[in-house]
Design a protein around this ligand. Structure first.
Ligand SMILES: [Cu+2]
Length: 174
């Protein structure tokens, strides 16, 4: 097959378009990863492994040090246990979210928390709340898990003892 000069120019234009698209998407990933800090920063291990490692998966909130919390959430059709999480002056929060039935997800609206939860697995991630984070944050299941999926939600309440801190109050969010 013989190529003419015009056809080659056409080919180069398409190569440039593809290079531009790949560069654009890569830049978007780098932007959200490094600058917006939106990372899939979740560690996953099985519930059996958690037991073997002596990790207590009883749902609830534990304060293990000043401002250092461990939050264990059980996601099940169609509820989060617990549905209400209260943190006072949190500095560093380790979340462990697990499921025994189907795939669920958890997204805390207005934060970078967004993970998938696979049945039989624990999704563990650490969240360092921004200093101005306070008030009520809605959290929802974002993986369709059945007819009651839309009922899967809860509230994360962040209380601040210092009045000097001024931040967004999300108490209107339900
Ligand atoms: Cu769901």
């Amino acid at each position: 097959m013989e190529y003419h000069r015009g056809e080659m120019v056409y080919e180069y234009i398409w190569v440039l378009i593809i290079v531009a698209i790949v560069t654009g998407f890569s830049a978007a990933m780098a932007y959200y990863g490094f600058i917006r800090n939106l990372n899939p920063s979740c560690e996953a291990y099985t519930i059996e492994e958690a037991k073997a490692r002596g990790i207590d998966l009883t749902p609830g909130v534990r304060e293990v040090g000043p401002g250092i919390y461990e939050v264990t959430i059980k996601a099940a059709q169609f509820v989060f246990i617990p549905m209400e999480i209260k943190l006072k002056d949190p500095v560093r929060v380790t979340f462990r979210v697990y499921s025994r039935d189907v795939i669920h997800g958890i997204h805390v609206v207005g934060t970078s928390i967004n993970v998938m939860v696979f049945p039989g697995y624990v999704a563990e991630f650490v969240w360092e709340p921004p200093k101005n984070a306070k008030g009520n944050y809605l959290f929802i299941c974002h993986e369709y898990c059945g007819v009651g999926h839309h009922l899967m939600r809860g509230t994360l309440l962040i209380e601040r003892s210092s009045l000097l801190l001024d931040g967004g109050d999300f108490s209107g969010v339900r």
